[in-house]
Design a protein around this ligand. Structure first.
Ligand code: NAP
Length: 237
């Protein structure tokens, strides 16, 4: 079987790093996109770029012609109650997460990627439950899920045979977005970090995200959206 090419956008740290490593371990040719360099085994090609720049999606999609694209890149929200946000802090995830998703999905449809390609967008469990201490984060992550479904609809209408799916992870307390979030929500609940994490249940880790997404891309049938908990993926209606 020919080697698949997988682009992971937002792969220098956290969940994206674990996802890039897992696809490489599965034998894919992996392109890891981030603004800062990261440690990777020799088989992973690192591309230093701001994924939200207007010309980056077309340039990288044309250069690598990927079979799989995983959009993980996201900003760390400003963990403060609503009244302590400014519009600039409130909107950081719109300017990064939503901008990156919009730019890449648009370009994937315009190009288009070849039939059979798979596109995974990492949204958040906050899109279902809200996130009162992180400004516009939950709304931005919900918008990522919406535009993933819009992209699927456009692809289906045009007969492109590209599959789009959104992943909504629960807390990954060791990574850049998760760590400040679990601390802030523990403090607000008047709990220690340990008490809060115990109540949250088994954590999502970069390794788990990686193995679950590799398995998902091998599945015959992929649903429009999944929640990712420490126990794995659960399909959303
Ligand atoms: N951790 C959680 O609890 C959790 C829960 C639900 C959903 N999520 C979502 O999962 C994703 C990853 O979260 P994480 O905690 O793993 O975050 P993280 O550790 O902070 O890593 C974020 C990654 O995104 C990259 N990135 C950010 N902006 C970028 C840009 N403009 N262009 C290219 N790369 C960019 C960063 O690399 P550079 O800085 O080097 O560019 C880094 O590799 C986010 O979308 C987050 O909202 C996280």
């Amino acid at each position: 079987m020919p080697v698949r090419t997988t682009i992971v956008v937002g792969a220098s740290r956290g969940l994206g790093h674990g996802i890039a490593l897992a696809f490489a371990a599965a034998g894919d040719s992996v392109v890891a996109v981030s603004r800062t360099p990261a440690d990777f085994p020799g088989s992973v090609k690192s591309e230093l770029a701001n994924a939200g720049d207007a010309t980056v999606p077309a340039r990288l999609l044309d250069r690598y012609e990927p079979d799989v694209v995983v959009l993980v890149a996201g900003a760390s929200p400003h963990m403060r109650p609503l009244q302590e946000q400014t519009w600039e802090t409130f909107s950081v995830n719109w300017e990064t997460d939503v901008r990156v998703t919009f730019g890449w999905l648009r370009e994937i449809l315009l190009k288009p990627l070849r039939p059979g390609s798979k596109v995974i967008v990492v949204s958040s469990g906050a899109a279902l439950a809200g996130s009162p201490l992180s400004g516009g984060y939950a709304g931005a992550k919900a918008t990522q899920r919406f535009i993933t479904s819009y992209a699927q609809d456009e692809a289906s209408r045009a007969g492109l045979e590209i599959t789009f799916t959104a992943i909504l992870p629960r807390f990954a307390p060791e990574t850049g977005v998760g760590q400040p979030a679990v601390r802030a929500y523990a403090a607000r609940a008047g709990q220690t970090l340990e008490e809060f994490l115990q109540q949250v249940g088994p954590p999502v880790t970069p390794e788990l995200a990686g193995s679950e997404l590799v398995e998902l891309t091998g599945a015959a049938d992929i649903s429009p959206a999944y929640v990712l908990t420490g126990s794995g993926l659960q399909q959303l209606p």
